[in-house]
Design a protein around this ligand. Structure first.
Ligand code: UDP
Ligand code: MN
Length: 364
């Protein structure tokens, strides 16, 4: 009996060692990848990875079971520290919310499902500086929001449709004359106070590109130089799902590759999504480095790791799903998780307790 147990134990030990060895072999350490993913959130980064993996037109590689799972886990661990990358910088310029242009990308099917939450929360305090870029007419939305721009881009989640919206965002920013361009998705909460504070530590006339990468290494891509000539490039980019900002000084320099129809043709040249194209223009073409900030958050990272005591210091937050599990910040707040699954209403009450619909006497 004992002998047979011993043999079983030995066999299972050998078995698990073999499995670990297999996992290590299948997942080469040099492959770029995701932080802890979140539902559809993986899609944009996976589209990006498509450029690093198979050739043009072959589409994104799917998640490769075990290897991807372990890969994501270890990257999530690497993402762990949520502390700011660098100590607070002294103010460089006295700016206010009026100097910032926040572009929110959305699509008609999310006007009710996602935008309403933003309009009730952070946008309600920042109507003039917020510009909503969508793809369909909505009279109701126009009553609720001050700046709604129908881009007439296709209502799809394709690379082309997303780039079409980013191109319009860029042109409208240049037209606005404001000092800073910031882009966010419709599943982001923006803490405008901390955003303005962060941006005021950089002069808007200099080259500034600030945000958070979703990959742990530069993305590898190929740029099309001519009909049958390709050239390898690698660069960092700030993930659009966490939001990013660009100074006016830098945005003006991007014009030959980003204004008018140029953004779409640049995106075609590297066949990558909108946020990667921004990184390509800035890092690869103009040679300006991305400034990393851990104050921006997408649902491609484990949002549970944002410390409860630091929530008010973050610039952007997000929420999403991962394998049918909710990925959102962890906080005790004015509302229960059932009432407020994104936690955005609770964050808003923490930041603006005088909001009429926020309960009074909440202990955080
Ligand atoms: N989006 C869009 N068209 C679509 C689907 C999504 O413009 O058909 C926008 C959406 O409103 C959001 C962004 O693209 O601002 C990212 O979409 P989502 O959060 O669903 O996916 P992710 O890229 O984060 O995986
Ligand atoms: Mn998203």
């Amino acid at each position: 009996m004992l002998k047979s147990c011993g043999r079983k134990l030995l066999l299972s030990l050998v078995g698990s060692m073999f499995t670990c060895l297999l996992v290590l072999m299948v997942e080469p350490p040099g492959r770029p990848g995701l932080a802890l993913g979140a539902g559809g959130g993986a899609q944009r980064a996976l589209q990006s990875l498509g450029a690093a993996g198979p050739g043009p037109g072959q589409g994104p590689p799917g998640l490769r079971s075990f290897a991807d799972y372990f890969g994501r886990l270890s990257r999530a661990r690497r993402e762990l520290p949520a502390a700011p990358a660098s100590p607070p910088r002294p103010p460089a310029e006295d700016i206010s919310a009026r100097d910032v242009f926040i572009a929110v990308k959305t699509t008609k099917k999310f006007h009710k499902a996602r935008l309403e939450l933003l309009l009730d929360t952070w946008i309600s305090r920042n109507r003039d500086m917020t510009f909503i870029f969508t793809d369909g007419e909505d009279e109701e939305l126009k009553k609720q929001a001050r700046n709604v721009i129908n881009t007439n881009c296709s209502a799809a989640h394709s690379r082309q449709a997303l780039s079409c919206k980013m191109a319009v965002e860029y042109d409208k920013f240049i037209e606005s004359g404001k000092k800073w361009f910031c882009h966010v998705d419709d599943d982001n909460y923006v803490n405008v106070r901390t955003l303005v504070k962060l941006l005021s530590s950089y002069p808007h006339t200099q080259d500034v590109y600030i945000g958070k990468p979703s990959l742990d290494r530069p993305i590898q891509a190929t740029e099309r130089i001519s009909e049958n000539k390709m050239h390898p490039v690698h660069f960092w980019f700030a993930t659009g799902g966490a939001g990013f900002c660009i100074s006016r000084g830098l945005a003006l320099k991007m014009s030959p590759w980003a204004s008018g129809g140029h953004f779409m043709s640049t995106a075609e040249k590297i066949r990558l999504p909108d946020d990667c194209t921004i990184g390509y223009i800035i890092e690869s073409v103009l040679g300006v480095k991305l400034i990393r900030s851990n104050l921006f958050h997408s649902h491609l990272e484990n949002l549970h790791q944002v410390p409860k005591t630091e929530i008010h210091k973050q610039v952007t937050l997000s929420y999403g799903m991962f394998e049918n599990k909710r990925n959102s910040i962890h906080m005790k707040g004015a509302f229960s998780v059932e009432e407020d699954p994104s936690r955005f209403r609770s964050v808003h009450c923490l930041l603006y307790p005088d909001t009429p619909w926020c309960p009074t006497n909440v202990v955080y």
